[in-house]
Design a protein around this ligand. Structure first.
Ligand code: WT7
Length: 635
């Protein structure tokens, strides 16, 4: 039996028990047997969750790119590492071998060095899904620079906030991007963002859409000529196990986005181990995760996890609906995809379309299907199982978060029997706990509560960049000595977990994690707006959609309201991005508030869900009379 690769349910239970009984031996063996270290660790784990301080493989030295690239060169140099599938199906796919990827990463790393980037510097990456994106992450890691990828759908304001927060020195971007039938001028967004980022010294610009764009002298440089001139030799910087590998922002329920910091060794071991098991990756498989590398799913399961296993991973530039709704399945047929990993929102969108979009393609290469990002509803699960998996592919419903670094609760194909809507069992090393509102752990089965993790795991984020106190308060204060996820979950009679959704003010829209506070802050910037409150309501494709209750400074004529709605969504697009636009905007004269002045979102949520028969006790509100007036005008 190997710890590293679980093949059946009995092995799972054996390995799981070992991982709980003796976590250090468990992770120590996995780390020792499956990775390349420049120096062994002194101690597998040291932790104090009250601070919280967590250190995995302390004293070890390594470079993650040696593990993702160099060590595969001998046996897999000519194996395809990345298949780049362009937005336009008539453009040829590009197959990048491990040897070529190694060369491209080394060249890019040398360009970074030549442009003054040193170990520990932060580099912001704002790129579409093109090979340079994966290469730039690895190039940073090669020289010990900390990458901070910002999803290229974010606005200039969102980009500049993130650049400033982690004090990046460089931005890597492109002239533009292709997405479906749209062309987006990314560089213009960067230019706008950089008006408020004086510390950016260099902008490297990749060419993708080949349009004329302004280049700022002494700051902006075309990437390709620099790469052409760079050497293919670049010795890996030897890093401490706990050196930061990257920062990735996630929205919180309050305040500015949180720059989650992931470190080197633990993240590598965890993403690699979970990739191997959850996707049962075998040497000649072709694995495809449709996420964007701008999210954690892409970091962990397009780039680091697959490459650490010497896998072939697909990097897809396009969208599921272009040129038509058969695009995913065309790519599956074309590259003979074996594992396919996507979001419930994509599945629901495709399930609404005609069946021949999937029936026209040969999907027989598929072995395993995965979902991530939000709860998958039963109908979507069955559609996926029947029409894509042909009832022959286990579906892994994987629960995890930006903060957890890798998959936490998920079936292991061929080991764990699946049940629709259940993420099923914790992976080895993961010790979930469900907590009640009084902070007591719920013991036994058939319980539901707040989902916590009560023991460290190697992939966990170590801090919030520049604000350790906030890290402690957000994740380790609600329940003593436990990591609190912000999600609710139930445990059924067999011990299976089902994630029921967020219990805080984060709303998952189309699999994107959106905090209410930043959206409200954006709306409140509108000169006509006095106050606003955002809640989620169920949506059949997006999972949740956003409902805004807005108080205007002056009650104007209602014929102006449509214009105001447009302007409010425009402001949101400018501050955050189009993903945060509101589906419904109700103008109201008041918002239900507690006596301490807090908006009672629980009531607004019920109104948005059209479930107003049972609003609970509203008599303690400061202004109970406002509730009926909101219900009367609900959209
Ligand atoms: C939140 C984390 C992890 C990568 C993508 C999202 C929700 C995630 C599931 C699932 C139900 C899920 C949770 C979680 N979520 N996976 N399989 N079932 N809910 O990362 O943006 O950090 O969002 O996504 O609410 O807390 P993220």
């Amino acid at each position: 039996m190997s710890n590293y690769h679980i093949k059946n349910l009995e092995e799972y239970f054996q390995v799981y028990r070992k991982s709980v009984r003796d976590p250090e031996t468990f992770w120590g063996e996995i780390a020792e047997e499956n990775f390349m270290w420049q120096k062994q660790w002194d101690k597998v784990l040291e932790y104090d969750l009250s601070k919280p301080e967590i250190s995995w493989f302390k004293g070890a030295k390594l470079n993650i790119t040696e593990n993702c690239l160099d060590r595969h060169l001998y046996a897999r140099g000519n194996k395809t590492a990345i298949i780049f599938e362009p937005n336009d199906p008539s453009e040829k796919a590009e197959h990048i071998t491990y040897k070529q990827l190694h060369e491209r990463v080394c060249k890019f790393a040398n360009v970074l060095l030549e442009n003054g980037i040193k170990k520990g510097d932060r580099v912001c990456i704002y790129l579409p899904m093109i090979p340079e994106l994966a290469v730039s992450l690895l190039a940073c890691a090669r020289i010990g620079a900390i990458h901070s990828v910002v999803f290229a759908g974010f606005s200039a304001t969102a980009l500049s906030t993130r650049i400033i927060d982690s004090d990046c020195k460089m931005v890597i971007t492109s002239d533009g991007s292709f997405r479906g039938n749209k062309t987006i001028n990314l560089k213009a967004i960067v230019d706008e963002a950089l008006e408020s980022c004086p510390n950016i010294e260099t902008v490297l610009v990749a060419k993708r859409i080949h349009t004329e764009i302004p280049m700022k002298q002494n700051r902006d440089k075309w990437l390709q000529p620099l790469l052409d001139a760079a050497s293919t030799d670049c010795a890996p910087e030897i890093m401490d196990a706990e050196a930061p590998l990257f920062i990735l922002y996630t929205s919180g329920s309050t305040g500015k986005p949180k720059g989650m910091v992931h470190t080197t060794a633990g993240y590598m071991v965890y993403t690699s181990y979970t990739f191997k098991n959850v996707f049962q990756y075998r040497e000649n498989d072709v694995y495809w995760c449709t996420a964007d590398i701008g999210w954690i799913t892409g970091h962990s399961y397009i780039v680091y996890g697959p490459l650490a296993n010497g896998a072939t991973t697909v990097l897809f530039e396009g969208v599921p609906s272009y040129p038509d709704f058969g695009r995913f399945w065309e790519v599956v047929e074309k590259h003979k995809i074996t594992q396919f990993y996507t979001a419930p929102t994509a599945i629901r969108a495709l399930a609404k379309e005609r069946l021949d979009f999937s029936e026209n393609y040969d999907l027989s290469s598929l072995k395993i299907l995965g979902t991530v990002g939000e709860p998958i509803n039963e109908e979507a699960w069955h559609w996926y199982d029947e029409n894509i998996g042909k009832k022959n592919c286990p579906i892994v419903d994987t629960w995890w978060q930006t903060e957890t670094g890798g998959i936490m609760i998920s079936p292991i194909p061929y080991a764990t029997p699946t049940i629709p809507t259940y993420a099923t069992l914790p992976l080895p090393g993961i010790q979930p706990a469900l907590m009640d509102e009084n902070g007591e752990e719920l013991i036994g089965n058939l319980v539901s509560g707040r989902l916590c993790i009560k023991f460290p795991w190697p992939g966990m984020a170590r801090t919030i960049w520049g604000n350790h106190q906030r890290y402690k308060e957000t994740y380790f204060s609600a329940f003593e000595n436990k990591y609190f996820s912000g999600d609710g979950a139930l445990r059924d009679s067999t011990g299976y977990y089902r994630i029921t959704g967020r219990v805080d003010d984060v709303i998952i829209v189309s699999g994107h994690n959106l905090g209410t506070a930043p959206i409200e802050d954006a709306i409140n910037e509108h000169p006509a707006v006095a106050e606003s409150a955002i809640v989620g309501f169920p949506h059949d494709v997006k999972g949740n959609a956003l409902y805004g209750f807005v108080i205007l400074k002056e009650t104007g004529e209602s014929r102006l309201h449509d214009n105001l709605r447009k302007e409010i969504n425009q402001i949101i697009t400018e501050h955050i991005g189009p993903i945060a636009k509101l589906d419904k905007i109700q103008f109201t004269e008041g918002l239900p508030k507690t006596r301490s002045g807090k908006i009672m979102r629980r009531i607004l949520r019920k109104i948005a869900e059209k479930d107003t028969n049972n609003l609970g006790d509203i008599s303690t509100l400061l202004n109970p009379e406002v509730v009926q007036t909101i219900i009367d005008k609900a959209l």
